[in-house]
Design a protein around this ligand. Sequence first.
Ligand code: AP5
Length: 232
Amino acid sequence: MKGDSIIVLLGPPGAGKGTQAEKLAEKFNLIPLSTGQVLREEARKGSTLGKEAQEIMERGDLVPDSLVAEIVRQRIETAGSSQAVLLDGFPRNLSQADCLEQLKGVRPLCLVNIQVDEEVVLKRLTGRRYCVDCGRIYNFDLSTPKREDVCDACGAQLVQREDDREAVFKTRFKVYREETVPLIEAYSQKLNFFAVNGNQKPQAVFEEIFAQLGEVDREVDSPVMGSEQRTG
Ligand code: AP5
């Protein structure tokens, strides 16, 4: 992997993008960006962006491309030209991929698709809770708290993300199928694209990504989803 790469984590809601992003950022000293996390922070702060995004996120739809593109632009600029950036949750459709092509300049892209079955991600997300105080994540499959709905680390309350309710998950997964799957199909034609089996334990998924990233040191190929190639 080249030092100025942009690594993109792809996959359905609950694939484990955030979990792997944390491990990868630490291991490779990457500048991470989760667009979902930034939007949730903005919503908590009550900023104009957050207010606009919150309602859309709570019903499981995508926030307008222009808003998320601006977040990504700022993070890539801040990173400087020699630091690798890790994108979790962007791009999510072909139009955002076009935008990333513009923003990335000459940086090579490295595309990691975490493949997980729908019934597995549904179980993961409906079982996910986070601590309202310290933000620690629990999953009833992986790390059950000692006392129900109480954070082991700080004793604060554990709650469910609004968009992890089953009805909203269905919308998120539909949006994934309609918007993101075509992007993944286009990306799969690129040289530095690889898929990993996300149905395994987090450490096994990480080891698969780690092994693949070690192999990736090739020249960037030409963009496959430039708008000129999608017209007609
Ligand atoms: P975002 O926060 O990005 O949500 P998401 O992509 O749906 O992803 P999640 O955070 O739910 O799951 P993940 O794949 O990161 O998995 P995680 O590691 O957390 O986006 C939220 C919303 O923001 C969107 O719906 C949209 O409205 C908006 N948005 C964001 N980006 C946007 C964009 N580019 N354009 C427009 N709108 C945008 O793991 C999930 C759970 O599973 C956890 O509990 C974890 O502990 C557990 N887990 C993880 N890995 C494993 C494993 N291997 N085995 C068992 N359990 C596991």
